[in-house]
Design a protein around this ligand. Sequence first.
Ligand code: AMP
Ligand code: MG
Length: 535
Amino acid sequence: MTPPNLISHLDQLIFDNRFVRELPADPESVNSRRQVFGSCYSKVSPTPVSGPKLVAFSKEVAALLDLSVEVCESDEFINTFVGNRLVAGMEPYAMCYGGHQFGQWAGQLGDGRAINLGEVVNQQGQRWALQLKGAGLTPYSRTADGLAVLRSSIREFLCSEAMHHLGVPTTRALSLITTGEWVKRDMFYDGNPKYEPGAVVCRVAPSFTRFGNFQIFAARGDVDNLKKLVDYTIRTDFPHLGAPSPSVYVAWFEEVCRRTAQMIVHWQRVGFVHGVMNTDNMSILGLTIDYGPYGWLENYDPGWTPNTTDAGGKRYRFGNQPQIAFWNLGQLANAIYPLIGNIESLQQAIDSYGEAFAQGWQTMMAEKLGFEVFDTGSDDQLIEELQKLLQDVETDMSIFYRRLALVEMNTELADELLMTPLIEAFYVPEQLTVAYKTRFCRWLRGYIKRTQRNVVSGAERRRRMNAVNPKYVLRNYLAQLAIDQAEQGDYQLVGELLELLRTPYDEQPDKEKFAEKRPDWARQRAGCSMLSCSS
Ligand code: AMP
Ligand code: MG
């Protein structure tokens, strides 16, 4: 294969803005906050800023856009992806969507601080939509300022790329650029706002359409535009389903259900908690989208939610994500019902979510544990007991699974020896009572026996386990350390984490410290164990 010709000037990017071309635009061109009816988007330009500086860019995403490293370090790049200048072919716009927030219909939301620049077609013919987050007011900004702070932008930038390298479907991030301007935020919602550095992330995905884009038309009884958007989505992102028709709508919805199920299985595999699974934060492509107050499970606790706004009901807790995705799909089904008019077929389609999730979850758990196939006869019970054990004493999820591969497959070993490789995973040594260790080793011996039913060698089993149990994830406190440094003008750790998380399944001997469990100071610190939506 010949290497692609890398682009040396952004003006060489080829744009083909289908969304803008084929879907109805807001006829009003004034950039004022308002309800926008009968339109998929409003044309709006990014707001220029005074002193942009590049913090980081993703070389993999640059490559998707055929951009050379030189271009990514140029002033042209920085000014373009902070929103100071447009490149030939860009037609900026904000999307109109609605959504259910915390279970309640919230009406029109829309891109309140996201501005789409257009769709790039790369040399391989792939299409990538570019979107700036934090680039200023749009008609959908409601009471907010259209901006984003460095803290939340670092979290979005690093996590998008980390998730991609973990094999989790996600939107991507091209660049992270500070604006040189200050943004006022009341991080704890306690009446003590502070000024924080502003930043813009350029997100990249095949499409940024959310469940809420469909819901807004359904809620307003605008079936014409609902149909236009569904037909468009099928034509552009699901062309293999064929020409839109009522039966194709059902097949499409079923595929959305399956993709969503796969995404959630991945979240449960790596210990990712989204934190705000509102229907406006659900991608129609089954991509993880909108990195806000997300978090990573440290000690395994299905009841944990990182989002302080969610602390009361814990709707978006780790263990509830599969049910919430199902609920959200139910809202999407309601929205597209007028195009289908047949409850049973939609009901059948939505059942495919449960089937896909159950199947995906079993396969995923078998892989995490190093079994060749999931055996309902033995494995349900084994996993149930394991989940109790992991919660009864504080146990680091990532370290536990990674180190499980190191346990000696010998049931005759004494308890202490048997457990040795796993000791690193426990947070509180005093919790490891004799009774607990006895129970734990009983489980381990059952696990060893179960593993002995494998045909593959021990080395192959370990290789396979290491390919699904990451060594490195974006631990909450690591992101916070990078933020603390960056707020002092030092971007070294942002770059180091970006690099580390490119190969999360590899041993990186000089980076062991990033695989350690959460230090004690991070247990109760804001940004580490709990996050507000303020961003
Ligand atoms: P989120 O909870 O981040 O998914 O955001 C929910 C809605 O609020 C979306 O319509 C966002 O575009 C909007 N929003 C969030 N933060 C801001 C902001 N700083 N300025 C304008 N709109 C915002
Ligand atoms: Mg959102």
